[in-house]
Design a protein. Sequence first.
Length: 320
Amino acid sequence: MIDGLAMADTDRTLRSLEAGLGVGRVRRSVPLAPLTTFGVGGPADWFIEVRTSDEVARAVRAAHVTGVPLTILGGGSNVVIGDRGVRGLVVQVHGGAVHQTRPGTVRADGGVTVNGLVRWTISRALAGLERWAGTPGTVGGAVYGNAHFDGRLIGDLIEAVGVVNETGTFHEIPADAMEFGYDRSRLQRTAEVLLWAEFVVAPGEAGALRAEARRSLAYRKQTQPLAAASAGCVFRNPDPAHDTLPPGIAPSAGALIDAAGLKDRVVGGARVSTTHGNFIVNAGEATAADIRALVTICQRAVAERYGVELRPEIVYLGEF
Ligand SMILES: Cc1cc2nc3c(=O)[nH]c(=O)nc-3n(C[C@H](O)[C@H](O)[C@H](O)COP(=O)(O)OP(=O)(O)OC[C@H]3O[C@@H](n4cnc5c(N)ncnc54)[C@H](O)[C@@H]3O)c2cc1C
């Protein structure tokens, strides 16, 4: 009887989502681990992959009308999905287009990869994004977390973005209203979904831009454990304006973890990288619970030893 009722509910949810998104587009119980760079986590109750801005907005509206929780996934390169999966509808924003809106401005859809955007601009001799070569993930994820590299924030290159709010209503937001800060954007507060972002570019020389992109890639290769599954840096770097840092240790989360003797620490299949202390790698069979436990061990050890609170940069999604 309970099963029958649950089945009726499930059918109703599916019909309602399909009314907004089209029959056959929404899938049930879809494993999410393969859609993330960490490779951990359980399934989504409901899942749809969308590409265009119009599809993203329709998915947001369909979740709202159906009354199911909504989770957005981009390239899955900054998330830890809980082992019990994600309730409601997971929308993966994947693909899209880039075009030049006017001289000096390029617009990329939220599901375009940062690497795709870098390639697009370099091949048209447009400068500005070349140093971001090698950043995994999508434009949507990069704006959400205001991706950073080598002391630069991607938000500094943005002129405006297009978003939909939780009911699917469109808004254009200028960069100065995006609340960009280190690892921070307004999207984290509002849960708005990014449809596109406009980047400022300048005329450049394709060969020189390519060389700059190669330098960034080489630097990453040298300093990051790229052969292992991870989600990049786990923790935000401490803020010298707010955190009292121990003398003699660089103001970085990786340096604090290293100094606390945590490199190579293991919980289950999760390990603190020996190449970069701020990376946790999935050494094979890690679960999300292993990763979270290792995160907590690092936080406690650094707090006890140095009095510094390490704040996660990675995003936890779903149930653990
Ligand atoms: C090897 C490696 C190296 C990395 N190096 C860097 C680095 O140098 N600098 C850096 O900043 N990060 C780095 N990262 C982390 C990651 O690449 C970035 O955070 C990236 O911008 C995340 O994008 P994503 O599309 O994968 O987002 P996801 O991981 O899919 O999602 C991250 C968050 O963004 C939200 N989100 C995604 N798309 C949208 C959208 N369209 N609208 C609203 N919200 C959205 C999600 O809901 C989630 O909360 C690295 C990761 C790896 C694995």
